[in-house]
Design a protein around this ligand. Sequence first.
Ligand SMILES: [Zn+2]
Length: 189
Amino acid sequence: MGIREEMIVLLRTPLVASINFSFPSLNRQIGEVRVNQSSFERVARALETNRLNVTTNSNNLVVGASAQYTSENALKIGNTFIIPRLTTVLERGGVVHESIHASFDMTRSVLPQVDNEAAAYIGGCFYYASGNYRSFSDPIHHAAIQIVNEFGQTNSINPARLEELRNAINNNPTYSHLVGRTYSGDGTK
Ligand SMILES: [Zn+2]
């Protein structure tokens, strides 16, 4: 199986399809930020029909990232996943994270960048938790996995933890250029 087929299979596993959560956007006019089976099926279909691309070539991969999705139509690597490997739980969770970004792109979602990242980290952590990764030391994953660990009790996201996650994202140098900015998905070409 090539990487594209592996991704399609992953996105349709019962585990990924069961990821289902929402939280109120920081921008009240936007309402709820939602991730559910439709998000992953949308991406799987787009991979099947070549509206989204996948490459294992890591030349354009951000240093330190295990996977990446670039959304901008104008870029040569736009609408493209960079996935060098898809073997470990952490790599697969990384792909769940990037697929959430791709789904927001496809639906031309407009939302705060910090909410785009928060949703992706929470989704990725649902996958990690299934592989028995229940604690992380870096502040972003720490907050996101706590959200997942606590989710079962109320079927909702603890607002204080969400605030902690947003702060951790905003305080991370990787995301400092996104602080206060809004993401606008431009769909696929
Ligand atoms: Zn991300």
